[in-house]
Write a protein that binds this ligand. Structure first.
Ligand SMILES: [Zn+2]
Ligand SMILES: [Zn+2]
Length: 258
């Protein structure tokens, strides 16, 4: 996958080349493989359930609990991933270098993310999910576990798209997305502004944002940064790097009702 990681949002070329908003065919192929991985989990779970004994209320309860757990873990895991990408590594880091550069560029030009084709911002996560979870799908025959994996990987796959919607003017959002933002299922503009304000070291969760309060109030990620520094001697970017060029979200991104 590293060979295909053409950087979509490079710091120097943004605004200059509008073709960069389009995904490459390689990126679309990885996105398709990620979608297939999610669908295989969900479909295999349903096939096993429908082929077996009649579904009882207890099974429905387990499916519901698995879905809620998958949804919650998706926000937490992608929040920790976002924190790591924002604070560690460089454009030269294998596999993730392109995404590290893209995330840094996102802080310079926050609204640009809303202009990208979905495959162009999700393909790295799609590749990681395919490699990590396609074998799980093939070998597991537990319908509840497969349902959990399907929900988890589905929300993880689309986290950056959901993040992009929080930067999109409300008039341009599909009505169902606006409704899901209003319901608190997806991240809203008002929940995401803190991440784009100095000192740029909070509110890393960008799927539903449910975990931001816990992680920020209890300084969980700061604790991780201190522990990593003590073990490896590596400082996170948010401690030392000048970030004066990073910009807040613009008024144009502010939805009417948020
Ligand atoms: Zn960030
Ligand atoms: Zn953002």
């Amino acid at each position: 996958m590293a060979a295909s990681t053409k950087t979509n949002l490079s710091i120097s070329s943004v605004h200059d080349d509008h073709s960069q908003y389009k995904a490459t065919w390689t990126q679309r192929a990885w996105f398709a493989s990620g979608c297939a991985t999610v669908l295989i989990s969900l479909a295999k779970s349903m096939l096993i359930l429908t082929a077996g004994a009649p579904t009882v209320p207890r099974t429905l309860l387990h499916l519901t609990m698995a879905a809620i757990l998958g949804y919650l873990l998706a926000d937490l895991s992608t929040g920790i991933y976002h924190w790591a990408i924002d604070n560690y590594g460089s454009a030269e880091t294998p596999v993730f270098g392109a995404q590290i550069e893209s995330f840094r560029a996102h802080h310079q030009y926050p609204s640009e993310i809303s202009k990208f084709e979905t495959a162009g911002i999700t393909y790295i996560m799609a590749g990681v999910l395919t490699v990590a979870f396609l074998p799980v799908n093939l070998f597991s025959n537990d319908p509840i576990f497969l349902w959990f994996v399907g929900v988890l990987t589905g929300f993880v796959l689309f986290t950056l798209k959901i993040h992009a919607w929080s930067h999109t003017p409300r008039r341009k959002l599909p009505p169902v997305v606006a409704a899901l933002q209003d319901a608190g299922v997806f991240l809203r503009w008002s929940q995401h502004t803190a991440h784009h304000r100095p000192p740029f070291n909070s509110s890393y969760c960008v799927m539903s944002g449910i975990w931001n309060r816990v992680l920020d109030e209890y300084k969980v990620l700061l604790g991780l940064e201190v522990a990593l520094f003590r073990v490896t001697g590596v400082k996170p970017r948010s401690w030392s790097e000048p970030i004066s060029e990073w910009k807040p979200m613009t008024q144009d991104e502010q939805p009417v009702r948020n």
